[in-house]
Design a protein around this ligand. Structure first.
Ligand code: C2O
Ligand code: CU
Length: 542
């Protein structure tokens, strides 16, 4: 049976939001882009044509792509970008993922407009581990800028520290009726009284973690990052950029219209952010006299770290017979990664960051620099001089990570294209430790090529004697993106059973672009089934 095949044409398309029109990059003219549908274990093919005016790549966020890093997508990590006029046929290989993922551009900040949902159904004959919903809808949270994304990227990267504030947040591409000129286009979700619905919530925002809520309706979380969770009920959801949350709700209130709303959660003090609220309408079908103005749901306040970690800390794997938990217990590769945003010294308008920037970001004081050709190609064909393999397992010095007055040399990261080599089948533990160098913030860390078990988290400095005793090895959630709380830590575990080159980075794009990135190379194992597949024809040239 042939694999389902999609065509993605990346092109400039005029879109009108907030009373003005601009050209944005879209796929097939759609914003948000087309939804991909698959069943667990499927392979699908996407022919990507770049008819836009700048380099682009496409990434299938959360799809593990076993042994197939070639189609993963991050530019200069697994491929050279597709140049204007070029094309690339990508093979998307699903394995155990089931639920909701998404795809997005993985070059500069073009994922603001180049993105869409991926819906992965259970295999034929299998069912959801929850009652079948009456209907299901993707709900994509996003951000809109009045500026051109290419220009905004250059400005922010080159000047560093420019505010990254968007002009609006979006629900399914629409700002909603609290913004000028947006009311008639506000996204509407039509429901029947008494029925239960599945929402596939995706946070595609470029720079912000979000709170989400539906007025008067509780939601039941049943999955995250294409892995089922123990159902739990909540008034609101915290969702990181990159993350997906599957949730059920029942239209059991008096027939009317209700607000659906989302706004930013910002962990650190002093961070400039978009403090507006995006809305959609939940509307019951039928004849009823509607009360005039719906009220907004109670969203936690923008800096409510407690509310944020309370939600994320409630996620548990389903951990039943059909969905067993396989968390590594014996760790062969313990890693301790500090996450920092750094202000760099400046002299005569030129600062020490990438391209003279003032701000940079780092992991273990290494600020990642893109190589000139992709790391996968350099690794596979043994091209010397593209990257080095000395990424440190621990920070240069153990210090009080959450203090604000650190010695200058700890505030100035080293720049380099350092990668971390992992042995095939290594059992890896990463303790992420947030630091507070410039302004602490939550860092939604995302790993390509794997899902990881989130076995523990806490506020303050990680205590290597006490904190591991609190680890959950019974039903930890299996995710691909986890927000490391501001001034806190998070521990994840995974088995390096997927040979290839896999990127890991903060999913706030400003931090990713400033260098809060680690590239892993997972070596081949013994036997063909433990080795990287050969490259497909037509890899784009640099
Ligand atoms: Cu959603 Cu590296 O990306
Ligand atoms: Cu970050």
């Amino acid at each position: 049976q042939a694999s389902p095949r999609y065509t993605f044409v990346v092109e400039e398309t005029p879109y009108r939001r907030l009373c003005s029109t601009k050209n944005i990059l879209t796929v097939n003219g759609q914003f948000p882009g087309p939804t991909l549908y698959a069943r667990s274990g499927d392979t699908i093919i996407v022919d990507v044509y770049n008819k836009g005016n700048r380099n682009i790549t496409i990434h299938w966020h959360g799809v593990k792509q076993l042994r197939n890093p070639w189609s993963d997508g991050p530019d200069y990590i697994t491929q050279c970008p597709i140049q204007p006029g070029g094309s690339f046929t990508q093979t998307i290989m699903f394995s155990s993922e089931e639920g909701t993922l998404w795809w997005h551009a993985h070059s500069e900040w073009d994922r603001a407009t180049v993105l869409g949902a991926i819906v992965i159904y259970p295999n034929r004959g299998a069912t959801y581990p929850f009652p079948k919903p009456h209907a299901e809808f993707p709900i994509i949270l996003g951000e809109w800028w009045k500026e051109d994304m290419g220009q905004l990227y250059k400005k922010t990267i080159q000047n560093g520290g420019e505010p990254n504030m968007s002009s609006a947040f979006l629900i399914n591409g629409q700002p909603g009726d609290l913004y000028p000129c947006s009311k008639p286009d506000t996204f509407k979700l039509m429901v029947d009284y008494g029925k239960t619905y599945l929402l596939r919530l995706i946070n595609s925002a470029v720079q912000e973690i979000m709170f989400f809520s539906i007025a008067n309706h509780k939601v039941t979380v049943v999955g995250s990052d294409a892995s089922y969770t123990k159902p739990f009920s909540s008034d609101y959801v915290t969702i990181s950029p990159g993350q997906t949350i599957d949730l059920l709700f029942t239209a059991d209130q008096s027939p009317n219209h209700y607000y659906i709303a989302a706004k930013a959660y910002v962990g650190g003090a002093g961070i400039v952010y978009d403090n507006t609220t995006t809305t959609a309408i939940l509307q019951y079908n039928g004849n009823y006299t509607s009360t005039s103005i719906p009220s907004l749901p109670n969203l936690p306040s923008h800096n409510d770290t407690k509310a944020s970690v309370h939600f994320t800390g409630s996620l548990r794997s389903l951990a039943d017979q059909n969905h067993p938990v396989d968390v590594p217990r014996k760790i062969t590769t313990p890693l301790f990664y500090t996450l920092s945003v750094n202000t760099l010294p400046c002299l005569n308008n030129s600062c020490a960051g990438p391209n003279g920037t003032r701000l940079s970001a780092s992991v273990n004081n290494i600020s990642f620099v893109d190589p000139s050709i992709d790391i996968l190609q350099a690794y596979y064909y043994h091209v010397n001089g593209v990257f080095r393999t000395r990424f440190p397992n621990f920070p240069p010095l153990l210090f009080n990570f959450t203090a604000q007055d650190l010695p200058l040399y700890l505030q100035t990261p080293k720049q380099g294209t350092e990668v971390k080599i992992l042995k095939y089948n290594a059992t890896v533990e990463i303790v992420f430790q947030g630091t507070n160098l410039v302004a602490g913030d939550d860092h939604p860390m995302h790993l390509h090529g794997f899902s990881f078990y989130v076995v523990g988290w806490g506020l303050g400095n990680f205590d290597k004697d006490k904190d591991p005793l609190t680890y959950n090895l019974v039903d930890p959630p299996l995710l691909n993106t986890i927000a490391v709380p501001v001034n806190g830590w998070t521990t994840v575990r995974f088995k390096a059973n997927n040979p290839g080159v896999w990127f890991m980075h903060c999913h706030l794009d400003r931090h990713m672009s400033w260098g809060m990135d680690v590239t892993f190379i997972v070596e081949n194992g013994k036997g063909l089934g433990a080795q990287i597949l050969p490259p497909p024809p037509g890899m784009p040239p640099c």
